[in-house]
Design a protein around this ligand. Structure first.
Ligand SMILES: Cc1cc2nc3c(=O)[nH]c(=O)nc-3n(C[C@H](O)[C@H](O)[C@H](O)COP(=O)(O)OP(=O)(O)OC[C@H]3O[C@@H](n4cnc5c(N)ncnc54)[C@H](O)[C@@H]3O)c2cc1C
Length: 411
């Protein structure tokens, strides 16, 4: 692919830049040295920022116009992401809604659900979360035990989800449940849209090793969901979930966006710090920086190439897993090299109010290597579905779920 903007792309970039300048006073901006914002503390500002951007036509550009999008291209979306980063506007509060929940509602929701939810999601009138993982099912997602039992025109949900990013500020979630334990584990699942303010939903924060609490555990006690909030047919939940998961892998680094600190920040940091390191440490730090730059640029350009393929056929396939793997590995090398350049100061930086970007990012990256499919699971997907290698032995694929493990309820 050609990395320079085409004349149309350059004009689009100029328009985006112009809009960001026009609305600068209404947008949240990162302070110098600040790399992210905490939705717990700045929820109103983050919602406002997304609303302003949505009204300017800069959110969900690839979504169809009938659902509030612009019918634009992935390249335009990448241009907006680059310009937001350049203007130091932080990531959107509803990134899970835009990247994963919305596309799932578009693909599998009823017209009524699309009309009710999508425009509000883009404006962050409603924030969304993804309620898939449970204490005993993460990689093996289809082993989940949260049950939904039909009761007339409603379903009654009981169980527990965990690691639910943004559940503490969310208004809606997409919820994967077991509705038929007598069928094999992948066949007995059903997806719903759940109102996070409904009676019986309890959200408890979980603190990460980097200090922030981005995610939560969520309990469902006799939560009632109208049948009209089902996404797809009963028993079709796995197919619906695959739409979400493939979009998730593209959203996390699959399309050329850097994860964590950009490689340019590492190069600037290296220029600053290398002369101050003792000779023996300098050699190792140079090697670490070199390895990180190569990995980051390779991941970025491979992501751009994937973007081109995606622009042509639209639907992310299993190869999206390779992008997430490469971007995460690059991010790990970049943050490790950044910490190495700090030397002993990294210890103080991590615990003081100083420039703690590098140790903080280093503590955050392992989570990204787990979220949306762990490195090992993505390698399995690549082996089986891209390279056509023999699959892992799976003894529980055809038996009724109830034959293997007890179904339903909080553990
Ligand atoms: C920052 C972050 C945000 C998240 N946000 C959300 C969210 O919003 N919503 C949500 O539903 N979930 C979320 N998750 C959960 C995430 O999807 C799961 O953590 C992930 O799927 C892994 O599941 P697990 O934690 O149960 O680990 P496990 O599945 O128990 O894995 C443990 C280890 O075993 C390895 N392993 C497992 N199976 C295999 C295999 N077949 N072959 C080889 N190795 C294997 C794994 O790679 C891992 O190293 C988030 C997680 C993180 C870290």
């Amino acid at each position: 692919m050609d990395f320079d903007d085409s004349p149309d792309e350059a004009a689009y970039r100029a328009r985006v830049r112009d809009l960001l300048e026009q609305h600068a006073d209404e947008l949240l901006h990162l302070a110098p040295g600040q790399e992210g914002v905490d939705a717990r503390r700045q929820e109103p500002e983050m919602r406002r920022t997304q609303r302003v951007l949505a009204e300017a036509g800069l959110v969900g550009v690839t979504w169809p116009r009938e659902y509030g999008g612009q019918g634009g291209t992935l390249v335009q979306q990448a241009i907006i992401a680059q310009e937001l980063a350049r203007a130091r506007v932080p990531g959107l509060i509803n990134h899970i809604g835009i990247g994963m929940c919305g596309p799932t509602v578009i693909a599998h929701g009823s017209q009524d659900q699309r009309d009710r939810y999508l425009a509000r999601l883009l404006r962050a009138d409603d924030v969304w979360c993804q309620l898939f993982s449970e204490p005993a099912s993460g990689s093996d997602l289809a082993a989940l035990r949260t049950t939904a039992v039909r009761d007339g025109d409603e379903w009654v949900v009981n169980g527990q989800k965990v690691w639910t990013t943004l559940a503490h500020v969310a208004d809606h979630g997409i919820l994967l449940t077991r509705t038929d334990p007598e069928r094999p584990k992948h066949a007995g699942l059903t997806m719903f849209v759940v109102d996070m303010h409904a009676p019986g939903v309890t959200v408890r924060p979980l603190r990460q090793m980097g200090g922030q609490a981005d995610f939560n555990e969520v309990f469902f006690d006799d939560v009632r969901i109208p049948d009209s909030e089902r996404l797809g047919e009963p028993g079709e939940g796995w197919r619906v979930a695959l739409t979400t998961l493939m979009n998730e892998r593209v959203a996390i680094g699959g399309a050329g966006g850097d994860i964590g600190l950009p490689v340019e920040a590492l190069v600037a940091h290296a220029r600053d710090r290398l002369p101050e390191l003792a000779a023996d440490r300098q050699v190792l730090a140079r090697q670490a920086v070199g390895r990180a730059v190569v990995a980051a640029l390779a991941a970025r350009y491979t992501g751009y190439r994937r973007l081109t393929v995606l622009s042509q056929n639209g639907i992310p396939g299993p190869e999206a897993s390779a992008g997430k793997l490469a971007a995460t590995e690059a991010a790990r090398l970049v943050s490790d090299a950044g910490v190495r350049l700090l030397g002993d100061e990294a210890v103080y930086a991590a615990t003081s109010d100083g420039d703690d970007r590098w140790p903080r990012t280093q503590a955050w990256i392992p989570g990204i290597a787990i979220a949306g499919g762990t490195d090992q699971v993505l390698r399995n997907i690549l082996g089986e579905r891209v390279l056509g290698l023999p699959p892992e032995p799976r003894s529980d694929k055809t038996a009724a779920f109830s034959a293997g493990r007890p179904a339903g309820g909080r553990r």
